[in-house]
Design a binder for this molecule. Sequence first.
Ligand SMILES: *Cc1c(COP(=O)(O)O)cnc(C)c1O
Length: 391
Amino acid sequence: MPTDPYAWIEQSLTTIHRADWYRSVQTIHGRPGATVILAGQEVINFASNDYLGLAGDERLISSGVAATEEFGTGSTGSRLLSGHRELHRKLEEAIASLKQTEDALIFSSGYLANLGAIAALMGKRDLILSDQYNHSSLKNGAILSGAAVIEYPHNDITAVKTHLMQERQNYRRCLIVTDSVFSMDGDLCPLPALLNLAEEFSCMLLVDEAHATGVMGETGAGCVEYFGYTGKPLIQIGTLSKALGSLGGYVAGSATLIDFLRNRAPTWIYTTGLSPADTAAALAAIEIVQQEPQRRIQLWRNVDYLKQLMQEYVIDLKLLPSESPILCFQLPSAAEALKAGKYLRDAGIFAPAIRPPTVPTSRIRISVMATHQAAHIEKLVAVLGDRTTVI
Ligand SMILES: *Cc1c(COP(=O)(O)O)cnc(C)c1O
């Protein structure tokens, strides 16, 4: 009897269940916001990446609706064939203006921007140095490129330097890749030190600003602005799907880089252009980021308020180091993290357990929004402070 070639899938799922690594979707009803309806229950939302509360903003919604009315639902082809619209170019110019770069290129998602850019820039004779905590899209982009990859311990600048001294001369091109705000930890990359090493060893430096755009820096341009490196020779990647409340990704950098990617990035060339609605919504979001700094100011006030209350009332929970609106506290196991997530959920707080293989150690991840009210933050702290046996 031949064995069932698909039988292993069920066995594999069983193993995932046993490790408490199993995941499934949870349905949110209605519009996104500081509170949402989760499976029929209203909860305070500390689980979204919608930092500025723009995904439910009337102006983004009406821009998306108007673009759909005018240009239809789909772009109907790849950008180089029938899929290019004036709206796409406008959005690319708006991103370049926010980032103060010569040009920008929009992709269907941040994930595809990373895959496409890294695969286009690097090849077999090249070396990629990648932070161990980097986002999946950076790691898979490095694999796709065929370059040699060295993963260095998280934010360990000495390790980066050692690898460069030992290995740089054996390769043609070298690319250092890093998240700027680490998505599941909330800390920042050591951008000044990385840029110095990139200059010293003639390496390109790619920073993923997914969680920084709209959030970090005086004008919301991201960590590059926050560190005072606007205008430096960098490859900046980001998403339209977090603080910008839409869907899509981008690369921002020199005009030469962008022109090259239009000719070489497979995940841009061989895929359909962004939908008119997503494009118009992101364009409206960038305008709001630039014209309403008070949203960003309120976001940081909320972050400070939460940190201050946590320090006063929840002293026993171990917060991971964070310099962003992402705050995580570590738990001893995946099962403990799931229990904590459920406890919070029962108390009306939506803050998910993040477990391996997404992260090396299990945790609860809290993301703060500009549209959270003081009462939302106080409730979170009260719930965290009141717990007895759980967490
Ligand atoms: C979310 C995220 C991405 C992917 O962006 P999408 O637009 O959601 O595909 C890439 N990099 C980092 C660091 C992220 O957090």
